[in-house]
Design a binder for this molecule. Structure first.
Ligand code: ADP
Ligand code: MG
Length: 323
């Protein structure tokens, strides 16, 4: 056995059964048996979502393991945020080419960092050998019948987004070059890289929207136009959108100019902000604890498709994705 050798069970105990990832509640039995045991409180539904990330496809080769651990959990939690669910527990399917203790420590640290912020314990998983692949399965709780769905948008509703859009896509060139937030010199580039690697799932906002009357929501993972399209299709409606109102960060504008920033905000992925519809009454008093601004970018119409509120022309997804 080499000095670095470690069996699967020692690996799980060291990196995934650590106290920072363990359940606090007695209603959850986590790692160690054949199954985790979860008690669902009365009146709640379990919301579940699975995301798989493959090296070289969903994240670059030689990605910093700590950033990867954080990001993998963040993008999965974003689905809970979109439905207005509270984090409950998650499982991890880990396929590793080899046991690399430094990599595992970094990955586990990144995972733990966000798991503690979001108060979500790791309750199980599976560990196998093969090309580096991560599968995260998250579970959340939502009062029965109250989850935010894609299908609830009504004609006349206003369309809003949280935070800024386009930063994730704007970071991509730098990500592919191997730049990291801690080492890059340019403040704007650092800001974009932070958004890419450590997006903050909008959990508090999602729960607030669920309790205060949003009609539909999703998280923007593939780009605003495509993702808004999912709400429109599910709800059987169309949208009038004001591209100039789509919020871009000053960092993104500084790096690539307003025109390209708007293109990235409309068609680029990896933002993990929420897009939601709200009845035609003022959206006021979104509490500060939700942690981000929300911006009105358009409204729901009867006519299918997405239409430019200024020019009146139909907006094609293709015109914004081929940049
Ligand atoms: P089994 O062979 O019964 O499927 P395993 O030996 O794969 O069980 O796993 C042992 C325990 O460790 C289980 O509770 C499982 O959920 C947990 N586990 C395995 N891999 C991971 C991982 N990557 N992260 C978290 N828990 C894990
Ligand atoms: Mg197993």
């Amino acid at each position: 056995m080499s000095q670095n050798a470690m069996d699967e069970f020692a690996l799980i105990d060291t990196y995934f059964k650590r106290p920072e990832l363990a359940p606090m509640q007695t209603s959850i039995t986590g790692i160690g048996d054949d199954c985790a045991l979860l008690t669902i409180p009365e009146g709640m539904q379990l919301a579940q979502s699975l995301d798989t990330l493959v090296e070289g496809v969903h994240f670059p080769r030689h990605c910093d393991p700590e950033l990867l651990g954080y990001r993998a959990l963040a993008v999965t939690l974003s689905d809970l945020a979109a439905m207005g669910a509270e984090p409950h527990s998650f499982s991890l399917g880990l396929t590793l080419p080899a046991i690399d203790k430094g990599w595992l420590q970094g990955f586990s640290d990144g995972l733990s960092k966000l798991a503690q912020i979001a108060t979500i314990p790791l309750v199980g998983g599976d560990t196998t050998k093969g090309p580096l692949t991560l599968s995260l399965h998250v579970q959340g709780l939502v009062p029965v019948g109250k989850a935010l769905k894609r299908s609830g948008a009504q004609v006349g509703d206003k369309i809003h987004v949280s935070g800024h859009l386009g930063d994730g896509a704007g970071a991509l060139d730098f990500v592919l070059k191997g730049d990291k937030p801690e080492t890059v010199k340019n403040d704007h580039v650092r800001s974009l890289l932070r958004k890419y690697y450590t997006p903050m799932p909008r959990l508090a906002l999602g729960q607030w929207l669920r309790d205060n009357g949003a009609t539909a929501a999703l998280d923007i993972s593939d780009g605003l136009l495509g993702d808004l399209g999912h709400i429109l299709t599910a709800s059987g409606v169309g949208a009038r959108l004001n591209p100039e109102a789509v919020p871009c960060s000053s960092a993104l504008i500084a790096i690539c100019g307003q025109k390209k920033a708007t293109q990235l905000a409309m068609g680029g992925g990896d933002d993990y902000e929420l897009c939601f519809t709200w009845p035609d009454r003022p959206l006021v008093n979104v509490p500060a604890r939700t942690g981000c601004p929300v911006t009105c970018i358009g409204e729901i119409t009867r006519v299918p498709g997405i239409w430019d509120a200024c020019s009146g022309l139909k907006i094609s997804t293709a015109s914004y994705t081929h940049f």
